[in-house]
Design a protein around this ligand. Sequence first.
Ligand SMILES: NC(=O)c1ccc[n+]([C@@H]2O[C@H](COP(=O)([O-])OP(=O)(O)OC[C@H]3O[C@@H](n4cnc5c(N)ncnc54)[C@H](O)[C@@H]3O)[C@@H](O)[C@H]2O)c1
Length: 325
Amino acid sequence: MDLNIGIIGTGWFSKVHGDILAGMDRVRVAAVLGTSEAKAEAMAVRYPGARGYAGLTEMLDREKLDAVYICVPPMAHGEIESVLIERGIPFLVEKPIGTNMDIPTEISGKLQSKPLVHAVGYHFRYKATIQMMKERMAGQTLAMALGTWMGDMPQVSWWRRQEGSGGQFIEQTTHIVDLLRYLAGEVEEVYASYANRIVHTQFEQVGVPDVGTVTLKLRSGAIANISNTCALPGGVGEVGLKLYTGSGMLHWNPDRLDIVGTEESTSYKLGDNPYLKENEAFIHALRTGDTSGILSDYADALKTQRVTCAALESASTGKPVKIEN
Ligand SMILES: NC(=O)c1ccc[n+]([C@@H]2O[C@H](COP(=O)([O-])OP(=O)(O)OC[C@H]3O[C@@H](n4cnc5c(N)ncnc54)[C@H](O)[C@@H]3O)[C@@H](O)[C@H]2O)c1
C-alpha cells in the first residue's frame, strides 16, 4: 500500500523527516503545510507531486493523508494535534510536545479517549548504543547519573523566547531527561538553578536562561544531575549521559558508548541513523497496526515533559518540586 504523508512546518527538521520518508519504499510526501503558501510550496517542490498549503483544514480536506508529521516550534502545538485526533489521522510529533504542561495534558487526554497510531520524536531511544545500555542496565543497580547538553544557542528566533521554546531544558535537554527515564526509571523530585550569564549580552530579546543545573531524585533511589548551557560558541560543545553502577561506568554520547569496568573496557562507535529507525517504526505501525517498534508515545513523552517543566518551576521558586507519576 502506498502511504501519503503530510508534513507540518517548513523548517530544518521537516526536511530531515521529509527526505527520509521520500527515500522509503511506497511512501510519498504528498503535502506540506507552512505558515504561508509560498513557504509551503518552496518546500513541497523537494518532493515530486507534493502540494503546499497554508491552512490545516484545507490540507486535510483536499488530501487523503495516511499520517502527518508535526515539526513546528514548541509554542505552535495544540490545535494541530486536536484536529488530527478528531479526524483520526495518525501523527508523529517532534519533541518537545509543548512549552509547558497545559497543551500536552489536554492532548494526552484526547488521545486516551480517541486512540490512534502516533509517535513522539525522542529519536535517541533508537540508537543502537542506547539499546545496548538498556540491556546492560536491566538487573543492575544505578548508583548515579550525569547528563549534559552544552552548546550554542540555535539561531531561530522562537528559541530565545521563553514562551516560544520553553527554554533550553524543556526544548533541548529534554532528550537527556528522556534517556535518563528510559534507562533508569521515573523521576520523583527535581531541584534546579538557572541563570543568565552571557547570551543576553550577545543577542537581542533573549528571555531564556543560558545555564542551568538540575538535581534529580529517581524513584529507584538513584540520584542524577543534568546540566545545560547554550552559551558556548558555535561548533564547540558536548552532549551526553554517564551512568555509574557497581560494575563500572557507561559513558554515552551521540557518537559513541564507552563501557569502563574492572573486567572489560570497550568502546562502540556505531554509525546507525536513529531518525531512520524512528521513521521505519512509525511507517511499519501505519502499515500493520503493530506499534511495538515505536519507542516513544505521547503518554510517555508527557512524563518527560513533566520533569522538564518541574525543573523550570524549581528554578523559579528556588524550591525542590515533587513529581507525581
Ligand atoms: N528530534 C530531534 O533531534 C530534533 C532536531 C531538530 C528539531 N527538532 C524539533 O522540531 C521542531 C521544529 O524545529 P526546527 O528546527 O525545524 O525549527 P524551524 O524554526 O527551522 O522550523 C519550524 C517551522 O515551523 C513553522 N511553523 C510554525 N508554526 C506553524 C504552524 N502553526 N503551522 C505550520 N507551520 C508552522 C515555521 O514557519 C517553520 O517553518 C522543534 O520542536 C524542535 O525541537 C527535533
